[in-house]
Design a binder for this molecule. Sequence first.
Ligand SMILES: C[S@@+](CC[C@H](N)C(=O)[O-])C[C@H]1O[C@@H](n2cnc3c(N)ncnc32)[C@H](O)[C@@H]1O
Length: 303
Amino acid sequence: MDVREALLDTTARLTQAGIPDARIDAEYLVAAASGIPRTRMLIKLDRALSLDGEILLRQWTIERLERRPLAYVLGEQPFLDLTLRVNPSVLIPRPETELVVEEACRILGRMDRAVVVDVGTGSGNIALSLANHEQAAEVHAIDISPAALGVARENALRNAVKKPIRWHQGDLLSPLIPLGVRADLIVANLPYVRRDELPALAPEVRWEPVLALDGGRDGLAYIFQLLDQASYVLKRGGVLLLEIGADQGPAVLSRVTSKPWKNAELYSDLAGLPRIVKAQSAAQSLADPPEPQWRKGNTRWIS
Ligand SMILES: C[S@@+](CC[C@H](N)C(=O)[O-])C[C@H]1O[C@@H](n2cnc3c(N)ncnc32)[C@H](O)[C@@H]1O
């Protein structure tokens, strides 16, 4: 079978099964099975697939017909300049999260040697991207799922991330509190789908971990818990950046427009939907030590 036949056959089978974007998926599958980059495939239409390539293509097409997401079939997903290994223990990173990382990088660019925390790290997409930023001095990544942390650690190795990341298994920020970590920037893409909306999600999304999707009855359970915990970890003036569901802007914004928050802002994605909330801590961190005495007029540092 050559590339032309493989493309026509795979596209036809996926189209017949009602797979959205069947032609594009077929191109990715044939590219991976033939070893020819997708962008060069159209000038290599007469190239024959190897026997192994044909077997792989047949297997992958069956998996895709079962509505397994393309990223899980191929085992990887691009995210900004990273290529991430993904499997059903981690959410497949989405383009809107790239916007969160771009905003986080803008914020980091105005900081100096920042302590950064990624809550709900999943595949590690956010933590890895921020660990490559020159102003990130220390990066902590937390997930409640040990399997997700395993994938994220492997991704850090595969992508030769510039700075070491400290991995923590546990609930939201709780692993950091006993360690006394105090952050300049907390970024989080937590589960935010309303529980009653889960059954109506696209068949592909149902392959993704419920732990990464289920945000409780109103979708806001984890986000609101994180807002409550953040004052124990954020430094005064530190920034919290959250990805939220498109209809959650007003509810989240109303929680960060009063103390202990200031400068709350909502950012929209490329479709004009509000998907990112930013807020700055106005309070002395609950974990902050008392003000040093020298700032109060003494010449000696005594605390
Ligand atoms: C929406 S996914 C985001 C994954 C990744 N950060 C991304 O942007 O693609 C949410 C992640 O939060 C993790 N998670 C769920 N509940 C958690 C909790 N209570 N504490 C820490 N992590 C949690 C899930 O295991 C999942 O990896």
